[in-house]
Design a protein. Sequence first.
Length: 202
Amino acid sequence: MIKNKTLPIIAIILTILVLAVIAFYVYVQYFQKHYVEIYSEENNDRVEFLILKPDQLSAERFAKFELALSTLQDKPYDRTSLLNLGQHYLEAEEYKEAEKAYEQHLKVDPYEPDVLLGLGRTRVKMKEYKKAEENFYQITEVFPLYMQAYKELLKLYQQEDLKPNEKFVDELRAALEIAEQDIYKQEIEELIQAYRLATVNK
C-alpha cells in the first residue's frame, strides 16, 4: 500500500523536474541575451555585440549577420561588417546595438555617409531627435548633394516636435549652387518648399 501511494508522488516530482528543465532551456534559448566580445589588441579597444536570434531576421539576413560578427572577430574595424551589423540590428529593432555598431565604425571613418545615415535613423527610433538631426547634418556638411540626408531631416521637421532649423534651407541653397543636373535642382526646390510648409506654424 505504501509503495502504491509513493509512486504517484514520485511521478509528479519527476514531471515537475522535467518541466523545469524545459522551461530553463526555453529561457536560455529565447529570452536570455548572449554577447560576443570583439577586441582590438592594436587599439586596446573592447566592445560586446548582441548575438541575434534566428527568428529576428530573415534566413538570408541572419546568415549575413553571422558573417559580419565572424569577420569582426578577426578584423575588429572591418568597415563593411560594422555597417552591415548596424543595419541588421536596426532591422531587428535592437537600437542600442545598432548605435554601438555605427559608433564603432565612426571611430575609423567619421564621415562615412551611409553610417551617419544609419545612426541618425537609429536615433530617430530611439526618440533622440536632436542627436539624429546632428547626424544628418554631419552628412550634408561634407556631402552637400546627399539627398537622402535632407529627406530624413524633412521627416523630422514634418513628423516630430523638433524646432525648425534654417540651416536646412541654407545648406540646400548651397547645394543648389553646385548642383549641375536638373534632377538635383528640382529635388532641392521641392525639399525647400516642403520644409516651409512643414514649419509654417511652428
